[in-house]
Design a protein around this ligand. Structure first.
Ligand SMILES: Nc1ncnc2c1ncn2[C@@H]1O[C@H](COP(=O)(O)OP(=O)(O)OP(=O)(O)O)[C@@H](O)[C@H]1O
Length: 320
């Protein structure tokens, strides 16, 4: 496991007036999921492709777990890094199993170990191996292809994952499900993930922290909550829609806002909300049910309560 450190990283393509990536310095912590967010052409993909050396910086240095990536052979480096792109990049003439097995085969794992790994990964991305192992990419939906792409990227058990708009071409409902899968996988596997997106809601949902880029530079690198409540400049403010109160509520966990249960407490009186949901979810339950308050539960046990007034107060507090 390790961090990724960018130091003064610049890439100027030949013939371009200004660098695509301009003096980027930042550190991604080990096990963090960081989203790179910004408008089209701001340099997100270019920054990502320097990490697996598809592009070389003109200036500056990238180290992973303390090691300068220039000291590694690109093939050795890429074995440590899973890579997922928008058009899943699956080989059309290979079955799902063979697509997932590409890296383990390169690493010359024994056949039995490869087969077990393929099944394990297909289970992990919720594609039952018995149904999917022998299909070809053309026999899968776009969302299923992306799942196979993710399984393939995880196959060699890399410490790092680079994901370049992996859900950009997927319909909203499937994208939602895949985002939930990424959060689950990240929690489970604790990889260091760099995820490119130009979708603000996706960035807010997935990122432990978000790098906001504009014209090749980092404008702000912060948690979703900080970006919403303390945008560094008008560009970030506008990009994030920082005036949007409901978006902000989506960043406050119920856990952080709940009020103590009354004593004595009578269970079953009010609708429930999970403690790991956010205040936007809680507000939506209150609006949907018309209930005056919610009981907050953790693993089925009541742990607190929430009222509309209290949510309103939290929103106001967090806005200052
Ligand atoms: N291989 C290349 N040769 C020359 N210029 C390039 C090359 N790749 C990217 N660029 C330019 O570098 C800039 C940054 O491109 P990049 O693909 O990193 O942006 P992006 O933020 O990922 O955009 P998008 O969201 O549209 O994918 C753009 O102006 C682009 O035209």
């Amino acid at each position: 496991m390790g961090n990724i450190l960018f130091e003064q990283v610049t890439l100027k393509f030949a013939g371009m007036a200004r660098p695509a990536v301009d003096q980027v310095t930042c550190e991604i912590q080990s096990g963090e999921l960081v989203v790179i967010l910004g408008p089209s052409g701001c340099g997100k993909t270019t920054l990502l492709k320097m990490v697996n050396r598809l592009y070389e910086p003109t200036k500056g240095r990238i180290t992973m777990a303390g090691q300068n990536i220039k000291a590694l052979r690109p093939t050795t480096l890429r074995q440590k890094i899973g890579y997922v792109i928008q058009q899943s990049g699956l080989f059309p003439h290979m079955t799902v199993a063979n697509n997932v097995a590409v890296v383990p085969k390169l690493l010359k794992w024994p056949m039995q170990k490869i087969q077990a790994r393929v099944d394990e990964l297909l289970d992990l991305v919720k594609l039952p191996p018995a149904d999917y192992r022998d299909r070809y990419p053309a026999q899968l939906s776009g969302g299923q292809q992306q799942r196979v792409g993710i399984a393939r990227a995880l196959a060699g058990n890399p410490d790092y994952m680079l994901m370049d708009e992996p859900f950009g071409a997927i319909d909203a409902i499937t994208r939602n499900a895949l985002q939930a899968e990424i959060l689950r996988l990240h929690q489970q596997l604790k990889k260091t993930i760099l995820f490119v997106s130009h979708d603000v809601d996706e960035a807010l949902r997935l990122g432990d922290r978000i790098i906001v880029m504009n014209a090749g530079r980092i404008v702000q690198f912060d948690t979703p909550f900080k970006l919403l409540t303390q945008p560094a400049d008008p560009f970030v403010h506008q990009l994030l829609g920082a005036d949007d109160m409901v978006r902000q509520l989506g960043q406050v966990p119920v856990d952080a806002a709940l009020m103590p249960l009354p004593a004595p407490f009578q269970p079953g009186q009010h609708p429930v909300v999970e403690a790991d949901a956010n205040l936007r979810d809680a507000l939506s339950i209150i609006l949907k049910t018309g209930a005056p308050e919610l009981t907050v539960v953790r693993q089925g046990e009541p742990v607190g309560r929430l009222t509309l007034d209290h949510i309103r107060t939290c929103a106001r507090e967090h806005n200052h």
